[in-house]
Design a protein around this ligand. Structure first.
Ligand code: UD1
Ligand code: UDP
Length: 386
């Protein structure tokens, strides 16, 4: 039996992490049926945003790296489209697998759909209903160029139906007759798989960082609305410093280079002060296993990340989201994610509330059974007729 050829397109940190769930499922269950090749656009290129994940998550190194690097959205996306098109024409995959909502996702969707290669979109249907967010345009356009769409939540599935996708479509599926699925979340597959490993492989991390379990706060910030708006970033950072001193708890912030650049260039004086804070610690980005352990062992998470929000839920930690809206609305409805935007008063209130919740917070299983990657691959094989 000949194998199908699946082209994975990744580019940014969370996509490399997500794709590892698919690679692992192929290696464990479908190595006879699926030949996976990976294209890295080079959107993320620093070692700690890219290479570290290939090493740590034991995924095959990319077969192609376009090395596009950083640029304005149009320029960056167009360079990706050109490079992806060349690879598609040479490799002629049976399908193209895209993850999430980055410029790399959009470039893959445009290049593949224009050449009539079927697009499989993992994490389809998520919407913030805020089109000034670059990811929102990427999601909408990628979904509408896809043939198989895997929505990780009820809300995402409903969003697709509201945009005209029909669950009753029957095979043969195509870009004009797409198939939408309600699945779990492959990030949950990963968190389940790596949680114990993180404890074992990174056993000394908490001690080495002089942290106590359940006695520190974990922070990530990287969204353009927060990094590129000096006032928002200043408001958030000043608030975090204040809270860390008031509660005398370590606040650990693995810092995306975009945020680090903005702290240095836009908030130089404040950044100098932050470097000398007793409790707030700004550190370089950490590896996935380190992040998993920090998430597992912290008291609470403050973030503007999509992935970290969900991981807060997987590891049963309350989470304050430093945005006005979220795509993961079930978490807000559940009361364990609070939207505080960049508003210091709101951040403080939500923080105080989560420090003393007064009730047992609940973390229902919204994101599947940890076998979402297997489900997706099974459906791809059926689609391609194997
Ligand atoms: C991108 C995605 C975002 C995702 C995030 C994950 C888009 C539009 N945004 O945002 O959806 O949540 O990745 O982390 O696709 N930089 C470095 N080193 C790197 C990469 C970037 O220093 O390896 C700096 C550069 O100054 C660059 C800036 O970060 O200009 C932004 O990088 P970019 O990939 O454009 O967007 P992210 O903010 O990383
Ligand atoms: N992450 C990591 N190291 C860090 C920060 C985040 O490994 O220093 C992981 C995190 O555990 C999650 C993913 O990166 O799996 C989320 O990516 P990011 O926040 O960059 O993007 P988003 O999910 O918002 O698109």
């Amino acid at each position: 039996m000949s194998k199908i050829k699946l082209l994975n397109i990744v580019g940014a940190r969370p996509q490399i992490i997500k794709s590892s769930a698919i690679s692992r499922a192929i290696a464990h269950n479908y190595s006879q049926e699926i030949n996976e090749i990976t294209l890295h656009t080079g959107q993320h290129y620093d070692k700690e945003l890219s290479e570290v994940f290939f090493d740590e998550l034991e995924i095959p190194k990319p077969d192609f790296n376009l090395s596009v690097g950083s640029a304005h959205h149009g320029r960056q996306t167009s360079m990706m489209i050109t490079g992806i098109e060349d690879v598609l024409l040479a490799e002629k995959p049976d399908c193209v697998m895209l993850y999430g909502d980055t410029n790399s996702t959009l470039a893959g969707a445009i290049a593949a759909s224009k050449l009539h290669f079927p697009v499989v979109h993992v994490e389809a249907g998520l919407r913030s209903f805020n089109k000034t967010m670059p990811e929102e345009l990427n999601r909408i356009m990628s979904d509408h160029a896809s043939t198989l769409l895997f929505a990780p939540t009820n809300a995402a599935f409903k969003n697709l139906m509201n945009e005209g996708f029909r669950p009753e479509n029957s095979p043969p599926y195509s870009i004009d007759n797409p198939k939408i699925y309600l699945t779990g979340d492959i990030m949950y597959d990963n968190s389940l798989f790596f949680a114990e490993l993180a404890e074992r492989k990174k056993a000394d991390l908490i001690k080495d960082m002089s942290l106590d379990r359940d006695q520190f706060i974990l922070i990530t910030i990287h969204r353009d609305i927060n990094t590129d708006d000096r006032n928002r970033l200043e408001a958030i950072m000043t608030c975090l410093r204040g809270l860390s001193e008031e509660y005398t708890l370590p606040f650990i912030m693995p810092c995306h280079p975009r945020t680090m650049n903005s702290l240095k260039t836009n908030l130089g004086c404040l950044f100098d002060e932050l470097k000398n804070c007793k409790y707030l610690r700004i550190i370089p980005p950490v590896s996935y296993l380190e992040m998993t352990l920090l998430e597992k062992t912290c008291r609470m998470i403050l973030t503007d990340s999509g992935g970290v929000q969900k991981e807060s839920h997987f590891f049963r930690k309350p989470c304050i989201v430093l945005r006005k809206e979220t795509e993961w609305i079930e978490l807000v409805a559940n009361g364990t994610v609070k939207l505080a935007d960049a508003n210091p008063g709101q951040i403080r209130n939500e923080f105080a509330g989560f420090m003393n919740p007064g009730i047992d917070l609940q973390y229902p299983g919204y994101y599947g059974d940890g076998k979402t990657a297997e489900f997706i691959l099974k459906e791809i094989l059926l689609f391609i007729g194997k």
